[in-house]
Design a binder for this molecule. Structure first.
Ligand code: ZN
Length: 107
């Protein structure tokens, strides 16, 4: 994916409508690509700014761009860890089942 592909996902990212893989790829891209980071930040500020104007009397607490990137990065790390643990759990359950199956055959 190049910068233009990431640009197409900005709105969905801001609206939290991207899947895990897309979010993870986009967050790590904007952490290394200054141009995309700057463009995403501008788009984010514009959209959240308009949302703040739309909401009255008390605007909902909207995270800053930096908070949003940090939050999504953390969320992706948690999700990755959860996926790894799920795979480990499945592998461990399979190994245990096979062990008891073989043990049952032997006895
Ligand atoms: Zn880029």
């Amino acid at each position: 994916m190049d910068c233009r592909d990431y640009h197409r996902q900005f709105i969905d990212f801001i609206n939290d409508e991207l899947g895990f893989n897309e979010t993870s790829a986009l967050v790590s891209h904007v952490m290394h690509c200054e141009e995309c980071s700057s463009d995403l930040k501008n788009e984010y500020l514009m959209i959240t700014g308009m949302r703040k104007l739309d909401r009255d009397p008390v605007p909902k607490n909207i995270p800053t761009y930096e908070e949003k990137i940090k939050m999504m990065s953390k969320k992706c790390r948690r999700e990755k860890l959860f996926r790894i643990l799920s795979v480990l759990f499945i592998v461990a359950s399979t190994v245990i089942s096979v062990y008891f199956f073989i043990k049952g055959l032997v006895l």
